[in-house]
Design a protein around this ligand. Structure first.
Ligand code: UT7
Length: 318
């Protein structure tokens, strides 16, 4: 059966220049490099400088993606930005990116699904393409999580970072089977009954019941990767790369174990980037792409869970 697939034809990313190490944090709050590294796998994170915004990060990442694919901004049919930290309540980051890049006045909007935001945005874009409503969509995950940190809460302020990643999705003809290039299946979930275990407080700062989130992340990721395998009628040894949301190396290891995948097939950037929410997957993807790890035709599994709870996964042939 002929179908329209969405192929990842370019990637880009951007990290703000300011680097904050665990030792830097230990000067500010009662913590240590040893605790942060052991519990989360994080060693450092990037943070925006004075006056630098989520939109600035998004524009840098988008420009890098367009440059890597030699793509003319005039050919972009739509822009979707996954972010929880827009510079303003409105207008969206997406419209500002559109204006800055000189893209045509086609659709542009933000999606807010926190750490699952990029998986939600990529799924949404692929459905627009499958419905023939767009041919080339720029999908960005961009966050300034540092703006939401409570520096009196050592249980959360050590875990997050800032950054942005972008991909260009392009329509391509497929046969409707597992050999097609592009997004092969999308799996999205949310359960608002768990909204209070990870949220912002009255001062717009993060509060999290870390142990609960950890438990749900491990369980939901184990269930959703099973669902992806079943839906596509594949076994985990057919997956070339796992590119998970980068919140905690122990959550990532648990998912890899569930898939029986060696860590060599898992893209891990949490040590250097920390948790950049919706930006973490496209950052990890671009880093793996630029390191020459990803080859056209390889199968990649993306998965993420975050506040909401919201979670999801995508199977993509690169
Ligand atoms: O991206 C959205 C999804 N978010 C996540 O996936 C995060 C999920 N959760 C986690 O990653 C982990 O639960 C954390 C990294 C947040 C915490 O790890 P944990 O192994 O669950 O530690 P814990 O919360 O049980 O804390 C253990 C101890 C506590 O001390 P006591 O009560 O045992 O004396 C904490 O007070 O570590 C203490 N602690 C710290 N110590 C030094 C908590 N934060 C810190 C800190 N530095 N920054």
């Amino acid at each position: 059966m002929k179908v329209i697939r969405s192929v990842i034809c370019a990637t880009g990313s951007y990290l703000p220049q300011k680097i904050v190490t665990n030792d830097d944090l230990a000067l500010r709050v009662d913590t240590s490099d040893e605790w942060i590294t052991q519990r989360s796998g994080i060693r450092k994170r990037h943070m925006v400088g004075e006056g630098e915004t989520t939109t600035d990060l998004a524009i840098h990442a988008a420009r890098a993606a367009l440059a890597s694919g030699a793509i003319d901004p005039a050919t972009i049919d739509g822009i979707i930005v996954a972010t929880t930290t827009p510079d303003q309540v409105f207008p969206s980051v997406a419209v500002k990116v559109q204006a800055a890049l000189g893209c045509p006045p086609k659709m542009a909007f933000d999606i807010q699904a926190v750490c699952a935001g990029f998986v939600y945005a990529l799924s949404t874009a692929s459905h627009f393409i499958a419905a023939s409503q767009a041919k080339r969509i720029l999908v960005i995950g961009a966050e300034s999580m540092s703006s939401l940190l409570d520096w009196n809460d050592r249980t959360t302020c050590v875990l997050f970072g800032d950054g942005a990643g972008a991909v260009v999705l392009e329509a391509a003809d497929g046969n409707g089977d597992i050999n097609d290039r592009g997004i092969l299946s999308t799996h999205l979930y949310a359960d608002g009954n768990f909204a209070s275990i990870l949220q912002t407080n009255a001062h717009d700062k993060i509060e999290m019941q870390g142990k609960d989130v950890f438990k749900y992340a491990v369980n939901h990721m184990a269930a959703i990767v099973d669902e992806v395998l079943q839906k596509n009628n594949i076994t985990s040894d057919q997956i070339d790369w796992l590119i998970p949301h980068q919140a905690n190396s122990r959550i990532i290891q648990a998912t890899a174990e569930k898939l029986n995948m060696s860590m060599e097939r898992v893209v891990m950037t949490v040590a250097d980037h920390a948790n950049t929410s919706a930006a973490s997957i496209p950052l990890a993807l671009d880093h793996a792409a630029r390191a020459g790890k990803l080859k056209p035709g390889q199968l990649i599994l993306f998965e993420a869970l975050g506040a909401g709870l919201s979670w999801g996964a995508l199977l993509v042939r690169y």
